[in-house]
Ligand binder design. Structure first.
Ligand SMILES: *[C@@H]1O[C@H](CO)[C@@H](O)[C@H](O)[C@H]1NC(C)=O
Ligand SMILES: *[C@@H]1O[C@H](CO)[C@@H](O)[C@H](O)[C@H]1NC(C)=O
Ligand SMILES: *[C@@H]1O[C@H](CO)[C@@H](O)[C@H](O)[C@H]1NC(C)=O
Ligand SMILES: *[C@@H]1O[C@H](CO)[C@@H](O)[C@H](O)[C@H]1NC(C)=O
Ligand SMILES: *[C@@H]1O[C@H](CO)[C@@H](O)[C@H](O)[C@H]1NC(C)=O
Ligand SMILES: *[C@@H]1O[C@H](CO)[C@@H](O)[C@H](O)[C@H]1NC(C)=O
Ligand SMILES: *[C@@H]1O[C@H](CO)[C@@H](O)[C@H](O)[C@H]1NC(C)=O
Ligand SMILES: *[C@@H]1O[C@H](CO)[C@@H](O)[C@H](O)[C@H]1NC(C)=O
Ligand SMILES: *[C@@H]1O[C@H](CO)[C@@H](O)[C@H](O)[C@H]1NC(C)=O
Ligand SMILES: *[C@@H]1O[C@H](CO)[C@@H](O)[C@H](O)[C@H]1NC(C)=O
Ligand SMILES: *[C@@H]1O[C@H](CO)[C@@H](O)[C@H](O)[C@H]1NC(C)=O
Ligand SMILES: *[C@@H]1O[C@H](CO)[C@@H](O)[C@H](O)[C@H]1NC(C)=O
Length: 621
């Protein structure tokens, strides 16, 4: 017998009440089973999941999406939805879609744009390619749209201008090109905007100053047009301002904007000029990165007193002496590559070496004992191995904080580091693993590494003139992604003697997997006493896998030696090789084959161990 109309009405009201009480999370009480997903939404979702190969995981076709909600979920992958249900008729619309961390998802299914009630769409850390279709304008209710860490190309379509409700837009690490779109300035509800590691061109539009609700603004890697600071306004809620490599040619605003909540300011790698005194209004920020600019003058002591992380490196016109460094200051200051006179500094380490790095020829007579070899165990303790002669890898365990340098007077080298993750702020500079490395010379070297969110440099001072082989040792020990099978990717650039030798270098890919050792060699000629090795982040690679801040360069050890037979040295690595060539791929495959037996045994143990550690350390990751 069918229920009479009044009874039906009562049922509906009860369901509605139940709904209102149980919003929005948690398992459904049995009486809510009445609710069902809007048929068009359900069909669209089914089509989307079908195209992504997730249909099987989605279970039986008659299963209701809004009741199921979670399909696949692990530390870095997520296939889940959330729904908003109408209390009156029990119909649910899909409001949240999160499909992240699938290395094998490469297309954007057209049916996605039928989910017009979406408020949050997270498709980050997949393998999406092609361009963003104009139909994206159908998703006009989006407040969160993350498609960072994919391979999307083409322009950011003008139709996106209709997404005026956006609050969080993350599109970093893609190949999106064209001008940085001006219409983004119309998204005045934006609180979090992250655009870097792409092919977009500047300038930063002036009317970005309309984005008064911003809390985090991270722009970077803009080519082309020159920007000024005319887009900066009084942003009352702004805490993170990162404008790394934005082509800004300007002085800091003479009337400083009011940014009362600013804690992280990164203006590295622009062309900022004027007196460093103009940085004073920003000194309440805990992190100040202004390296690789053109500031001049004397560093004000107020900045040294109050800021936590201070990077003023590579501002060649900065001069005078370093102000007194308070004893309770947690971290050193990174002032490498300036004209600051280190010798007049109290509390500083012995800095003849540093003065030598002032981008000028060193006074050679200061080096009575020129060296002909060098080795360092990056992030690790001193370690000696027997080759034909003993090789001693220097200790490199000093804590450089979020910006700092360490000067080793005995062995005549300097390490410089700059960078912290703007979200977690304090990121580890040294990482290590207990895992042993089998079948490789000097296995202990790979158990520690130095890493940096932004830039890591090693300088060897006082090498006698001649040809050298620079050997860099790597093993990925943080981001556990099987070769091409996991979402995590660490990419960075390597320059030696100011020449770019690797772009978007991927240790895991080159070594054939996680925790696999590898090395690269490069031949250089040293004809002034300084050898520079520079490793730096280029805006690409995943930011947050397995935890926020797990990106940027990583290196296990460095060795510099005279080629055994200088007339018979291998040809130098071709410069500017953006991608591994086939030959290298062949080597990688070879290494992979050799390592397979070991990997089979170790990877499951390692994975379980890692999983356990990440659960203990990052229960929310
Ligand atoms: C998406 O919407 C269009 C137009 O409303 C419709 O023709 C199409 O069948 C829908 N696709 C799916 C998979 O639901
Ligand atoms: C992608 O991988 C998932 C498991 O990680 C699998 O369920 C799905 O079928 C794959 N999709 C495609 C298109 O191969
Ligand atoms: C989507 O899932 C990933 C992985 O679980 C998570 O890190 C991310 O925060 C989720 N996105 C949203 C918008 O909830
Ligand atoms: C997966 O995504 C949903 C939103 O769609 C979110 O609520 C959930 O927290 C995410 N899972 C993790 C582990 O982040
Ligand atoms: C990722 O996308 C590229 C094309 O951009 C494709 O060549 C590659 O096979 C895809 N990877 C996987 C695992 O599907
Ligand atoms: C979706 O977008 C396309 C192209 O912008 C448009 O023609 C279509 O009418 C839109 N559909 C809906 C349901 O808004
Ligand atoms: C911006 O946010 C306010 C307050 O939450 C809201 O009233 C307004 O509709 C939003 N604007 C857009 C374009 O969504
Ligand atoms: C921004 O919005 C205004 C008002 O809606 C509109 O006139 C203008 O064309 C928009 N700007 C861009 C660049 O889309
Ligand atoms: C940017 O500035 C540089 C130096 O001032 C100048 O040479 C260049 O032409 C400018 N580029 C553009 C696109 O205006
Ligand atoms: C710096 O080095 C020089 C030469 O090695 C030495 O004579 C001097 O004492 C050192 N200064 C300090 C402050 O360590
Ligand atoms: C180089 O050093 C020597 C000895 O320390 C000193 O006598 C000489 O003046 C220096 N030359 C220059 C150009 O600084
Ligand atoms: C460096 O890598 C090569 C293979 O590319 C390997 O043959 C060699 O043994 C490695 N050197 C060291 C010291 O591990």
């Amino acid at each position: 017998m069918a229920p009479s109309p009044p009874l039906l009405l009562l049922l509906l009201v009860l369901t509605g009440l139940g709904l209102a009480a149980a919003q929005p999370e948690g398992p459904f009480p049995p009486f809510q089973q009445q609710r069902s997903t809007n048929a068009a939404d359900a069909a669209a979702l089914r089509a989307v999941f079908q195209q992504w190969g997730l249909a099987a995981a989605a279970g039986a076709p008659e299963e209701d999406p809004c009741q199921k909600r979670v399909w696949l979920q692990s530390f870095a992958t997520n296939a889940s939805i959330d729904c908003g249900c109408d209390a009156a008729n029990g119909e649910c619309r899909i409001t949240h879609l999160n499909v992240t961390g699938f290395w094998n998802i490469s297309v954007i299914p057209p049916a996605l744009f039928n989910l017009t009630e979406l408020v949050s769409l997270d498709l980050s850390n997949n393998n999406l390619s092609g361009s963003i279709p104009p139909e994206v304008s159908n998703l006009s209710k989006l407040e969160t749209w993350h498609f960072n860490n994919n391979k999307l190309s083409g322009p950011f379509p003008n139709e996106s201008s209709r997404l005026g409700s956006l609050q969080s837009l993350w599109m970093f690490d893609n190949y999106i090109e064209g001008l940085l779109p001006e219409f983004i300035a119309n998204f005045t509800n934006l609180t979090d905007l992250r655009i870097y590691g792409m092919k977009l061109r500047g300038p930063i539009p002036k009317n970005f100053s309309n984005l008064i609700n911003l809390e985090k603004l991270m722009l970077g890697d803009l080519d082309g047009g020159n920007s000024t600071f005319n887009f900066i306004a009084d942003w009352a809620n702004l805490s993170t301002l990162s404008l790394r490599k934005c082509g800004i040619i300007d002085q800091l605003p003479s009337t400083p904007p009011k940014l009362p909540k600013l804690t992280y300011l990164d203006l590295r790698s622009n062309n900022l000029s004027g007196s460093i005194q103009q940085l004073l209004p920003y000194r309440s920020s805990r992190y100040l990165y202004v390296g690789e600019n053109n500031f001049s003058g004397q560093l004000p002591s107020e900045i040294v007193q109050s800021s936590l992380a201070l990077d003023i490196s590579y501002n060649p016109l900065l001069n005078g002496s370093l102000p007194n460094i308070p004893a309770d200051r947690k971290w050193p200051i990174n002032y490498i590559g300036t004209s600051i006179d280190a010798s007049r500094t109290i509390n500083s380490e012995n800095l003849t070496l540093l003065n030598c790095l002032g981008m000028k020829e060193c006074n050679r007579t200061s080096y009575t004992n020129p060296i002909t070899s060098f080795a360092v165990n990056c992030g690790g303790k001193q370690k000696t191995y027997q080759d034909s002669l003993p090789i001693t890898f220097s200790d490199d365990t000093s804590n450089l904080g979020a910006a700092g340098i360490h000067v080793d007077t005995d062995k005549q080298w300097v390490v410089s580091h700059v960078g912290s993750d703007p979200v977690v702020s304090e990121s580890p500079g040294i990482v290590n693993t207990n895992q042993g490395f089998l079948g490789v010379d000097m296995p202990e070297l790979y158990q520690t590494a130095r890493t940096s969110r932004s830039a890591l440099s090693y300088y060897v001072v006082g090498l006698s003139n001649g040809k050298y082989t620079v050997q860099l040792f790597f093993a990925e020990i943080v981001i556990d992604s099987q070769l091409n099978h996991g979402p995590g990717r660490r990419l960075f650039n390597i320059d030696i003697q100011d020449q770019n030798i690797k772009t978007d270098f991927d240790i895991t890919k080159e070594a054939g997997g996680f925790r696999r050792p590898m090395n690269i060699t490069y031949e250089v000629t040293v004809d002034n006493p300084v050898l520079k090795i520079h490793l730096y982040w280029n805006g690409r690679g995943t930011c947050c896998i397995p935890y926020e801040g797990a990106y940027g360069p990583l290196v296990s050890a460095i060795r510099v030696f005279r080629p055994k037979n200088p007339n018979n040295i291998p040809p130098p690595t071709p410069p500017r090789s953006a991608r591994p060539d086939n030959k290298r791929r062949g080597v990688v495959v070879g290494i992979a084959a050799l390592c397979i037996a070991m990997a089979v045994i170790s990877s499951s143990v390692a994975y379980l161990w890692w999983k356990w550690v990440s659960l203990v350390k990052h229960p929310n990751a």
